[in-house]
Design a protein around this ligand. Sequence first.
Ligand code: SAH
Ligand code: SF4
Ligand code: F3S
Length: 491
Amino acid sequence: MYLCHVQHLTSQEPLEEFRQGEALMLSQEATASDTKKLYLESYGCQMNFSDSEVVASILVSDGYTTTRNIEDADLVLLNTCSIRDNAEQRIRKRLTEFKSLKKQNPDLVVGILGCMAERLKKNLLEEEHLVDLVAGPDAYRDLPNLLNEVGTGQRAVNVLLSREETYADIHPVRLDQGGISAFVTIMRGCDNMCSFCVVPFTRGRERSRNPQTIVEECRNLVNQGYREVTLLGQNVDSYRWNVNSKGEILNENEITVNFAQLLISVAKVSPELRVRFSTSHPKDMTDEVLEAIRDYPNICKYIHLPVQSGNSDVLYRMNRGYTRAWYLNRIAAIRRIIPNCAISTDIIAGFCGETEEEHQETLSLMREVGFDYAYMFKYSERPKTLAERKFEDDVPDSIKGRRLTEIIELQTACSLRQNQQQIGQIQEILVEGPSRRSQEQYCGRNSQNNVVVFDRKEVVKGQYVHVKILDCTSATLLGELVHFENSALES
Ligand code: SAH
Ligand code: SF4
Ligand code: F3S
């Protein structure tokens, strides 16, 4: 018997779902006990989590087994995030905790993967003496070779970025066996160059994955009992596949599959499969995508549409490619086409040069839109980004902190109001398992991505149930089951 352990750690995660810092500890079948054991920890966004499943797959094929117990490990890999400075500080602190492990087991191999590996490259080996291996997000196929190099006493680095790599043919090892919700990466990299953002430097150029392999992966997930997929990309609206059936690459304007079409293909895999996606970009989100969400009951009525700021000048400095008016127009399109759609956002407080008036415009936009949820951050300057080169990080930390507090307080009140409006409704919930507080209570999500907690009775995870909403907090809906049989998805 061996166990997998992937730990999701809190606060720096920009995308939803894995903010709770909960560890997933799940078991797989036994294999030979003399194989080398891998312990893998993931930080950052959903894409990093999804990449960890690719890494596990590559290393399991290379003879490794995974362990939940770091003390048993021959290989410890940290899949890292660079999005804000505190994300990197956290990894460095974690590395210091490994010192005693290395003392106990001098053969232990420690590797850094992901965005921090890509950003710092071989400098990481000089800065962090414990580290034996550095591999960037496009170099995971090379891990077996890199580990061989480490085996011969060298330290190994591969941080080459690729224009093609999508790991399309790799079957990710699902690290939460028996799970019901899976991530499926549909594209990698980002071409947007928002001035604050390190992602284009750590993940390279944008490229889309072959749609057939995406649909196939979703079909396999349904066959394994999964009931929800989240399609992942930094800007899913720019998904495009322009290779025809003969394998010929068509020119830029001849797209054979766009994001709306891909969404529909995935939705058609099974009416019992919920389809979510992240992240939409306000400059690119089309009405065609909104119509697909409206027309397919199993595409969840939830859009994460990061605004970053409510002021057009700040948005210009951020190089986001839209204005406040454009963003509000996209919100109006969502409300018109999908009236029951929930909307969440990301907001940055205290970007370079942000005045008090500009900050007030963020608050006023929040009031105008009434977001269901928001992920809110203090601006953190990142090396090599456009903002670092062009602007001064001139908003004092105390002011960033005060503005962030105002944003959070406004959002908490708004989330509470949005949740209160749902009291009395009967909603369809996909059951995820026991709630955090008690085994007697189960939780799941509605189509709008709200967490709903209810008394367990005889429900099992992966089942669709109807729940009447009775009460709420700003973060959770509380309800009671109204009936239990598997039902069709709500429209
Ligand atoms: N691709 C997504 C976001 C990816 S990063 C998009 O374009 O919306 C997730 C979030 O982290 C961003 O939306 C932004 O709000 C935040 N973020 C990115 N860089 C940051 C920085 N330097 N400081 C603070 N927050 C940042
Ligand atoms: Fe970063 Fe902008 Fe790309 Fe999002 S769209 S990953 S914020 S550069
Ligand atoms: Fe994700 Fe962090 Fe990299 S947000 S893309 S892991 S910098």
